[in-house]
Ligand binder design. Structure first.
Ligand SMILES: [Zn+2]
Ligand SMILES: [Zn+2]
Length: 177
C-alpha cells in the first residue's frame, strides 16, 4: 500500500487539520503547499471557516468502528459536494484528480480534498489506519503509515512519553513489593 502518493495527500491533510482545528494561515499554507495543493494561501477568514470541518474530520479518525468511519466519511463527501474531475495545469502537465472545480475557493477545495482523502483510505481497506493518538492528553489524529498498521501513537515523542511513564510505574511497583 502506498501511503505517500497524491491520493493520500487528502488523508494526511485531514489528519493535520483534525489535530490543528485553529491553525495560523501560515501553518496551513505550509501544510497545503507540502502536498502540492494549488494556490495554498488562505485568508484568516478562510482558516476560520474550516474550523467546523476540522471537527467533522476529527470524528472520522476518532470513530471506533469501520462502519462508523465509513458513514461519517460518506457524509463528508456529500457535504463537500465532491465531484471528481481530471484536470491538468497546462499542456504537457500530468492529468490528476481534483475534487471540485479548479477555480473554487480554498475552503471548498480543502473540504473536497480531505473528504476524498479519508474516503480513498477507507476504499483501500485502510480505514483502521485513520486513528487518534493513544497518549492521554494528546488526541492528535494521524494516518498510520507503518507496515503492520498497529501504531498507537501520533509521534515518536508521544510513544516515548508513554514508554517512560510505563517504565516508571513498573519501577514504583517493583519498589513497593
Ligand atoms: Zn491540480
Ligand atoms: Zn500523540
Amino acid at each position: 500500500m502506498q501511503f505517500n502518493t497524491y491520493t493520500y495527500a487528502g488523508a494526511h491533510i485531514a489528519a493535520w487539520l483534525a489535530s490543528n482545528p485553529a491553525p495560523s494561515a501560515r501553518d496551513l499554507t505550509a501544510v497545503l503547499a507540502s502536498y502540492d495543493v494549488h494556490q495554498p494561501r488562505p485568508t484568516a477568514a478562510q482558516v476560520r471557516a474550516l474550523g467546523p470541518w476540522a471537527e467533522r474530520l476529527r470524528a472520522v479518525f476518532a470513530a471506533a468502528t469501520g462502519p462508523a468511519k465509513a458513514e461519517l466519511a460518506d457524509a463528508l463527501l456529500l457535504a463537500a459536494d465532491c465531484r471528481p474531475r481530471l484536470i491538468r495545469h497546462g499542456s504537457g502537465q500530468p492529468f490528476h484528480l481534483h475534487y471540485v472545480a479548479a477555480g473554487a475557493g480554498l475552503p471548498a477545495r480543502v473540504r473536497a480534498l480531505t473528504a476524498a482523502g479519508v474516503a480513498h483510505a477507507i476504499d483501500d481497506g485502510a480505514g483502521h489506519r485513520l486513528r487518534v493518538c493513544g497518549r492521554d492528553g494528546c488526541g492528535a489524529a494521524f494516518v498510520d503509515t507503518s507496515r503492520n498498521g498497529r501504531r498507537q501513537f501520533c509521534s515518536v515523542r508521544c510513544a516515548n512519553q508513554v514508554n517512560v511513564a510505563r517504565h516508571r510505574l513498573r519501577q514504583r511497583q517493583a519498589v513497593a513489593r
